[in-house]
Design a protein around this ligand. Structure first.
Ligand SMILES: NC(=O)c1ccc[n+]([C@@H]2O[C@H](COP(=O)([O-])OP(=O)(O)OC[C@H]3O[C@@H](n4cnc5c(N)ncnc54)[C@H](O)[C@@H]3O)[C@@H](O)[C@H]2O)c1
Length: 486
């Protein structure tokens, strides 16, 4: 199948590379020329384990191509993915301007060929119909230009609104020169489907080939059938993929969009829940890790996402929870549980600063070393990383902040780190620190020589803000150890 993926970021590039590996012809489109030029030369704009090999394989086979030209991208494509960013606006609403720009451009390029336009970007409930409307607007603009001639003068836009107004807009639209007969009316042939993405950065390729489910929201049997064919190798475990068939979930458009938000809101709430339990554990003498193991064995609860720590961050949870709260408000509902989820998450970072204050008293003039900066291990993504708000708190209190991160240290990523001394190894990080805080649970932090680090520090204090290290071993290494929820 011929596929275009518009937006070559964490989601678009992984989706494109994985679909090419499965044998589809994929063209990835991005409006950032430096990104595309790099990809054409085999240079990746992001760090994601295994992605470089897949991109190299796809480029070598010719199944994976890159361009900045959307027209070339969608010209022969049957399926067009929209995978551009939807960052949060200050109001909490997602910024849909990138989706809007792409939808309009797609509309301008549509021809007589039928296409499935797939919304993979996380967009608010109801966006599928809105995207369809923007595409039609784009198509109308181009058709007007195409059909207008000095002799004919005008073009008529034929449109039909949904009779009950439930879809909130134009549902069919055609265009014809004012002087022409109705037979010469041109109608773009496409359906919009929602296909929310559930991959996790750091294991994105594994997640794409082994999803818990594939969700497709659409009212069009034709579009659903094409999506099914596209994903068939994953669904029925072909092309070397093993394991049970993957559940295929077909819903209406709005429900597919809601599934994405509800999933992320639930996971964020689960983390905030265990952080709340951790805070109660600290006061009562219980140990949250043992508590999480104990409740996690209950099949109705499950152990995943019950790790107490600094809280959630990243490019998805904060903006998606904020967007769902905002959507609820738009429809006259106050999402109180979700508000509390956000509040607990914000306080969790403040609590870590309080722990440092209790241990070190005045933080002004103290040096704090951060182990890890990214919002989770195995990614270079710093968007809404807990480290950034921790850094802000510490700077306000006059502390000096140093940091080491396995990926960020050696990269050019310095956004939000203007006043942080980014070290290139842990020994330099530990030198003269009053405390180390483990912020991101990178595997390499499991095997550091902590007794050597303790010797380099001004005070051998380590706060394991992810509860991922062996406390006993750390104490034997001469560290004073604090964690979250014990
Ligand atoms: N990152 C994740 O883990 C993840 C997981 C699930 C869902 N999502 C959702 O997927 C969407 C994409 O997220 P991401 O993290 O990949 O974003 P990203 O910022 O990494 O990538 C977006 C890309 O789109 C490109 N772009 C913007 N406008 C464009 C245009 N007009 N034409 C062509 N390209 C354009 C940008 O240059 C960028 O490369 C978001 O809605 C996000 O919420 C992300």
């Amino acid at each position: 199948m011929r596929v275009a993926v518009i937006g070559t970021g964490y989601v678009g590039l992984v989706t494109g590379a994985c679909l090419a590996h499965l044998g589809h012809h994929v063209i990835c489109v991005d409006n950032n020329p430096a990104k595309i030029e790099g990809l054409q030369r085999g240079r990746l704009p992001i760090y994601e384990p295994g992605l470089e090999d897949l991109v190299r394989e796809g480029s070598a086979s010719g199944l994976l191509q890159f361009t900045t030209d959307l027209r070339t991208g969608i010209q022969n494509s049957q399926v067009v993915f929209i995978a551009v960013g939807t960052p949060a606006l200050p109001s909490g609403d997602p910024d849909l301007r990138y989706v809007e720009a792409v939808a309009r451009e797609i509309g301008q390029q549509l021809d007589e060929q039928y296409r499935v336009i797939v919304n993979k970007s996380t967009v608010p409930i109801g966006s599928g119909d809105w995207v369809r409307m923007i595409i039609l607007d784009g198509a109308a603009e181009t058709a007007k230009q195409r059909l207008s001639s000095p002799e004919e003068g005008k073009v008529e836009v034929l449109s039909e609104r949904d009779p009950d107004g439930e879809l909130g807009g134009v549902v069919t639209q055609g265009l014809r020169p004012a002087s022409a007969s109705s037979e010469s009316c041109w109608m773009p042939q496409f359906d919009v489907v929602s296909n929310p993405e559930f991959l996790r950065e750091g294991s994105a390729i594994h997640d794409t080939f082994n999803p818990d489910r594939i969700v497709v929201g659409s009212e069009s049997p034709r579009a659903i059938q094409i999506m099914r064919e596209l994903y068939e190798p994953i669904l029925s475990r072909q092309k070397g993929l093993s394991g049970d068939p993957v559940p295929w979930v077909v819903t209406d458009l709005a429900s597919a969009e809601m599934i994405k938000y509800a999933a992320n809101a639930f996971l964020a709430t689960k983390i905030s829940f265990i952080n709340e339990i951790a805070n109660i554990c600290e006061r009562t003498g219980a140990d949250v890790t043992q508590v999480a193991d104990g409740i996690g064995l209950d099949k109705r609860i499950g152990r995943a996402f019950l790790n107490a720590g600094l809280g959630w961050g990243g490019s998805c949870f904060p903006k998606d929870v904020a967007a769902l709260i905002q959507t609820a408000a738009d429809y006259g509902y106050e999402a109180r549980l979700l508000r509390a989820t956000v509040e607990v998450n914000q306080q969790q970072r403040q609590r870590l600063v309080e722990k440092l204050q209790q241990a070190l008293k005045v933080l002004k003039g103290k040096t704090i070393g951060l182990l890890g900066l990214t919002f989770k291990p195995n990614t270079d993504d710093m968007r809404d990383a807990p480290s950034l708000s921790l850094i802000e708190h510490l700077h306000k209190l006059g502390a000096k902040v140093k940091a080491y991160d396995p990926i960020v240290s050696g990269s050019g990523i310095r956004e939000g780190l203007a006043h942080v001394v980014v070290e290139t190894d842990v020994l330099r990080l530990a030198q003269d620190c009053d405390a180390l805080v483990l912020v991101t649970e990178w595997q390499e932090f499991q095997s550091l020589d902590y007794s050597h680090l303790a010797g380099l520090m001004r005070r051998p204090l380590l706060i394991d803000a992810r509860n991922c290290l062996d406390r006993q071993a750390l104490r034997q290494a001469g560290m004073t150890v604090l964690g979250i929820g014990w």
